[in-house]
Each structure stands twice: as C-alpha cells, then as structure tokens.
Design a protein around this ligand. Structure first.
Ligand SMILES: NC(=O)c1ccc[n+]([C@@H]2O[C@H](COP(=O)([O-])OP(=O)(O)OC[C@H]3O[C@@H](n4cnc5c(N)ncnc54)[C@H](OP(=O)(O)O)[C@@H]3O)[C@@H](O)[C@H]2O)c1
Ligand SMILES: Cc1cc2nc3c(=O)[nH]c(=O)nc-3n(C[C@H](O)[C@H](O)[C@H](O)COP(=O)(O)O)c2cc1C
Length: 480
C-alpha cells in the first residue's frame, strides 16, 4: 500500500529523502514522482514505486497522489510566478486525490520584505496550503550546505572564500538532515498544521568556514568580504538566465544580512536525531583525500580535553574495534582488551582511580575506554597464529609475556587513537591514574591489567590546550 508520495523526487533533496525512507524501512510504502522518472533509476530495486509527475501537468499529479495519505511537496524551480502556479496545481491535485497531509518545503524567513526574491513564492504557497483545508506541515529549510559547493571548491583551490558578509552566521543544513526532518513530518513526528524551522544545529560565518577549510586542508583559506555585484557577475558568467542571476544574488544578500542566522531545534524534533552534518564533516569532501586523511589522523587532530554532548553509539565503537583489530601485533598476539565505560554507574567506578587533573573531563566525556592487556593473551595463539606453535614460548616466561603484552597493547591503543580519528571521533588519552585502584575495581581476578585510558567523543575545541611543538627530525631521527 502507498502511504507517501514525494514530488520532485529527482533532485538532491528528493534523493536524500528516498535514502532516509529506505533506511527506515518505508520504501515499500512510498511512491517517488519526478517529471523525468529516468532520474529515479535504481530506486525501484530498493522497493520504491516510481511514477512520472510534472508540476505543469495536473492529471499526472492527481494520478501520482491517488491512494496516498501524505505528500511531500518539494518546492519547484522557476520564476516566482511559475512556482506559485505549480505549487497551487499540486495542492489542488492533492485535495482532489483525497490526500490528508501535505508537507511543503519552504524557506527560512519567507516574507515579502525579505531580500531573497524567491521568498515570495514560498509566502504565497504557504498561504495557499494553509487555506486549502488539507492537513499541512511547513518546513522552512535553511540554506543547504550544497548551495556553496562551488565556493568551497574554489576556496580550497585559491585560498579565498568570497562572501557578502564574512562574519554573518548562517545555520546551514545538509540535505540528509533536512530529509530526516521531512520523513519525520511525513510519518507523524510533528504537530498537525505547524510550521517548523529546519536549520543545522550550529550557524557558521564564512570566516569560520574558511578556518575549518584551512585546518582540513593544511593550507591558508581566508574569507573575504565581496560586494554582491561580484556574485551577480559570476552567475552571469556561468550563463544563468536573468531571473536565476537575480534570484541567487538576492539569496546571498539575504544570507549576508543575517536573514538565515537563527538556529532552531526543530530538525531534531522532527527527525528524531540532532542534525549530524557539522560544517567540518561537510567540508571534508572539498579537500583531497590524502591531505584530508593526514590532517584528520595526525596533523590537525588534537588531544581532546572537552567534548560536545553528541553521543557515541555502541555500534560505532564496535565498528571502531573491528578496524583496530587489524593493526599488527607480535605473533598476531592481540593482547589489548578494551573496556568501554558509557553509563554513569560504570563512570562512578572509574573516577576515584584517576589523577585529580583527569577527573573532571573524564566525568563529562561520552565514553572512556580502558585499554588493558590480557596477561594470558597467549592462550589464543593456537587459533590466532596457527603458522607456528608460539604458546609454549610465553607460558613459562613471565618477563617475555609481560614485555610482549605491554608493547603490543600499547601499539593497539595507538591504533585505536588513529582509527577513532579516522572515523571522525576525537580522543583524549591519559596515563594519569592509579593502576592498583583501577585494576582492583575492574579486573579483580588479575588476568587483565590496565595500560592506559582514553576519553572518546566529539571534541569541543574550547578545551584544547595550546599545541606543544614537536621535536624536529634532526633531534629525533638518525639516518644510518
Ligand atoms: N533551502 C535551500 O538552500 C534551497 C536551495 C536550492 C533549492 N531550494 C528549493 O528546494 C527544492 C529542493 O532542493 P534541491 O536541492 O533538491 O534542488 P534540486 O536538486 O535542484 O531539485 C529540484 C527539483 O525540482 C524538480 N522540478 C523542477 N521543475 C519541476 C516540474 N515542473 N515538475 C516536477 N518537478 C520539477 C526538478 O526536477 P528535474 O530533476 O526534472 O529537473 C528537481 O527534482 C528546490 O527545488 C528549490 O525550490 C532550496
Ligand atoms: C599515553 C598518553 C598518556 C597521556 N596522559 C595524560 C593525562 O594523564 N592527562 C592529560 O591531561 N593528558 C594526557 N595526555 C595528553 C598529552 O599531553 C597530549 O596528547 C599531548 O600533549 C599532545 O597534544 P595535542 O595532540 O593536542 O598536540 C596523554 C597522552 C598520551 C598519548
């Protein structure tokens, strides 16, 4: 049975909504409509029904909406006049087809006073939908990060991010996070007949975006204030029609003037999760993969002393272990053991063993892992190192066993640090604790022993200490 129809499903938002619906197991209840259904190729294999529907063809819309309870009306592209007519056609078709609930993607701050010229189409559509008698949800989407893709790529290449108002924050949202909110609205997460402000969970100025690009790329990127005319010239040079040149220029005028600065929690309310795409995550794609990987693992990565409240799912920690386990160890002995502390009860057992300077930050970390070593790691050697019978080497040799456990569990702790960073996490390793106390509390039978502990989460850079220098190669290396 079809419960949901998505119009303009062939665009970026449409594809993100389809991905979110598929992830929630709702593909089989969803019809995806596009004026050119060829652009939906591949989605039928995921269980979606795909149909043709053009905002300029009322009959195609009525057919697409037949038997549907809820419609996501993704706003069209065109002049205000075209959009208003097309959206009205779609709303009328929804009514005629017996649809109960229309979710419409509007814009932040829709007002005839807005600097953003295309705001007018949203003002008129919102009013028409409200007066239609249909149940409605209006999603006022903030600027999608992807609007600036050209600018971001240019900024990494040239070192300059031109923006009309470099210090004005914009609460950008990704298509994925906007899609989560839209699917929430379609599936009853919101209140009836309500307007939601769909923004990211943080607003960023161009200056802040440039600083993030600098950190990610390891090259200076500077935000530079430019007059709007520079934008107009660039859009014209790209060959856009006049209404697009002036519409897009007016959009950047509105961004620069702070019309899109407000952060709202509505996306989380509807989507059931915080918008997960931070600017740092979004901007990674503009940095060459090898540079970005080195920055993320070593060059730009910092030791975290404070964390945001973003949770770290157990699933991610399992995935992390499944990467770490592939790091090399002597005899493939893998002596490290990882104890993930996530609950307040477990944390309360850990804190008394820590040095005073580590207590506060560990109390606030989302996860702390005890990197321990199994003093009888050699019992696994027959299965883990079948090439050679190494178990007897260790069984009767406490000194070798101890040295091997320490060396290799330390290595595995280091693999953990690097792998966590590559998965987008931040870490704060610590050896300031009372090993006797910690071992007595967590490993009373003595088989496992703590090596060091690591706080894990999404770092809050305000906790970073000034970065210490590193020894240069002349001091720390020899080439023989
Ligand atoms: N909040 C923001 O920052 C922002 C930015 C850009 C756009 N928008 C608005 O939000 C909408 C979704 O954004 P998006 O990023 O997904 O844009 P997009 O990738 O450009 O997609 C636009 C969609 O509108 C469809 N469309 C245009 N005319 C149509 C018609 N006559 N009948 C049926 N479908 C038609 C397009 O179909 P085709 O694939 O056949 O062309 C496409 O699927 C846009 O259409 C626009 O109204 C918002
Ligand atoms: C094994 C290990 C133990 C550490 N122990 C502590 C600790 O007990 N308390 C603390 O605040 N920082 C501790 N640190 C953090 C280091 O001081 C920090 O990683 C180092 O200065 C580099 O900082 P940066 O990554 O921000 O450049 C430890 C780091 C490591 C790798």
């Amino acid at each position: 049975m079809t419960h949901i129809t998505i119009t303009a499903a062939s665009g970026k938002l449409g594809h993100a909504v389809a991905a979110e619906l598929a992830a929630r197991g709702l593909a089989g209840q969803t019809r995806l409509a596009a004026r050119d259904p060829q652009k939906l190729t591949g989605l039928e294999a995921q269980g979606f029904e795909t149909v043709a529907a053009d905002y300029d063809d009322p009959a195609s819309l009525r057919a697409a909406f037949a038997g549907t309870e809820a419609v996501l009306l993704i706003s069209s592209m065109g002049t205000n006049e075209q959009r208003i007519r097309q959206h009205r056609t779609a709303i009328d078709a929804a009514k005629a087809a017996g649809v109960r609930h229309v979710v419409y993607t509007s814009t932040t701050n829709p007002s005839h006073d807005s600097r953003f010229e295309w705001s007018g189409a949203h003002v008129e559509t919102e009013a028409y939908l409200k007066a239609s008698g249909l149940g409605y949800t209006i999603l006022r989407d903030n600027s999608y990060f992807s609007n600036n893709d050209g600018l971001f790529a240019q900024a990494v290449a040239t070192g300059t991010l031109p923006f009309p108002g470099v210090d004005t924050p914009v609460a950008y949202i990704s298509h994925e996070d906007a899609a989560a909110a839209a699917v929430g609205a379609l599936t009853g997460a919101g209140e009836p007949d309500t307007i939601y402000e769909i923004s990211g969970s943080q607003a960023y100025s161009a200056r802040e975006l440039a600083a993030i690009l600098s950190r990610l790329s390891g090259r200076p990127v500077e935000a530079v204030d430019v007059p709007l005319q520079a934008y107009t010239d660039q859009f014209r040079a790209l060959g856009f029609p006049d209404f697009v040149v002036s519409g897009l220029t007016s959009f950047y005028a509105a961004l620069g003037a702070g019309e899109f600065s407000a952060v709202s929690q509505d996306a989380e309310r509807l989507g059931g999760r915080r918008p997960t795409t931070t600017a740092r995550e979004y901007l990674r794609r503009f940095v060459p993969a090898d540079t970005e990987t080195l920055q993320r693992a070593f060059l730009a990565a910092r030791t975290a002393n404070a964390f945001t409240d973003r949770p770290v799912p157990d699933e991610l920690l399992r995935r992390l272990y499944d990467i770490v386990k592939w790091g090399p160890t002597a005899f493939n002995a893998q002596p490290a053991r990882f104890v993930f502390i996530r609950t307040p009860e477990a944390r309360a057992r850990l804190l008394p063993a820590l040095s005073p300077g580590n207590v506060d930050k560990t109390g606030k970390a989302p996860v702390t892992v005890i990197v321990a070593q199994d003093t009888r790691f050699f019992e696994h050697l027959p299965t883990q190192f079948p090439a050679y019978d190494a178990k007897p080497l260790f069984e009767g040799n406490a000194a070798l066993t101890e040295a091997t456990a320490l060396r290799n569990s330390s290595l595995q702790g280091a693999y953990f640090i690097v792998a966590a960073r590559l998965l987008g996490l931040d870490v704060g390793p610590m050896s300031g604790f009372d090993a006797g106390k910690l071992n007595a509390e967590f490993f009373p039978d003595g088989r496992w022993q703590a090596n060091f502990v690591i706080n894990v989460g999404y770092g809050d850079p305000s906790g970073n200490r000034p970065r210490g220098p590193r020894l240069d190669a002349d001091t720390a290396t020899q080439f023989l």
